[in-house]
Ligand binder design. Sequence first.
Ligand SMILES: [Zn+2]
Length: 193
Amino acid sequence: MLKEKKGDRFVTPGDKICVIEEFIPGYGTYVADGIIYANNVGFLSIDPKSRTVSIQPVSRRICAPRVGNTVIGYVWNIQTAMAFIRIFKIEKYFLSGFFTGILHVSDVDVKFTKDILDALKVGDIVRAKVISEINRTYFLTTKGENLGIILALCSKCGGILGLKSKREKKLYCEECGNIETRKIASDYGTTNL
Ligand SMILES: [Zn+2]
């Protein structure tokens, strides 16, 4: 049952971890009917020496984005083929500062994006996934239905853009009538930060 590497798996209370024959239940776990369950919110940790499984609390672990995390940030700069994102939320935890994420045009959408400005603009709020990390720079993707822009601002007047047509991924400014495109997340306009 246990295939995860140390710390990879995020668990919540009641999540099944393994059977008692495999590992020794440690901090943040409980046993019922021979099965070890998570009793904490956190990351699964396996000590191979003692063969103990434990749950490390989130507060000690959420200090930087990790590969695989879903993050939320705002677009603060766009260059020819990439956007710079200031990440202010990792999974469901808000950060006191921010990390820099880079979204390359080839990672915007499963379909080809010619111009990154057709997919996002400075000031937009974006939900992305961390795909790699080099020297604390986090490379992001918005490929996937639930990833992409969750809130966009009109590039003419700064008003909040509403959803005009979900199918065409067109956004509409109620203030000035401007129509724009984005690589939107499937829940655009309905999500709370
Ligand atoms: Zn407008």
